[in-house]
Design a protein around this ligand. Sequence first.
Ligand SMILES: [Zn+2]
Length: 200
Amino acid sequence: MELDPKALALFKEGYDKIIEGIKTLGFDVTDENFADTAARAAKGLHELIHDQTQVRKDVDALLAKTFPAKYTEMVISKHNTCFGVCPHHLLPVIYRISMAYIPTEKVLGLSKLSRLARLIARGPRLQEDLTHELADLLHVNLASQGSAVYIEGLHMCMAARGVGAHEARLVTSGVRGVFLELATREEFIKLVVAPPTTLV
Ligand SMILES: [Zn+2]
């Protein structure tokens, strides 16, 4: 993803102010560790917040490349680690995203599901919105029989601030089409909530 110079400059201005704020708290910001911190932090934030016009283009291109479906069984991509920030605090969120769909005529390449989740997750957005946008894309854009998305989010705003909340995960799910049927939904949930195990 290309970094936008205008956004980077604005982010850096903001971080310059933040460093001033840190100075008022008694920290020596002339220490060499603070040299170029504002510029580095701006880049770091941009890596968590991507340009939406570019994201839309990438998502469209990704969803346009499909293969004819040979089978109409559930396709699942589970435990994809993705990153974003929350819109309330702009603090990082680590997501574990699992998604599934049941194709009608077309399927996506397997790696495309992870890429799709990673693309959509970047940015200041609500986990609920992320969940439903992914579910819609896999249902509407793939003209699938149905889709399901299950996301566990570790929000730094909860983990780092609240006492005892550091283990809390926000869980959201969204289902479309045939996944609205209880049995299909349960099959999906059973498969994705299982703890991750190593393959070898
Ligand atoms: Zn937050």
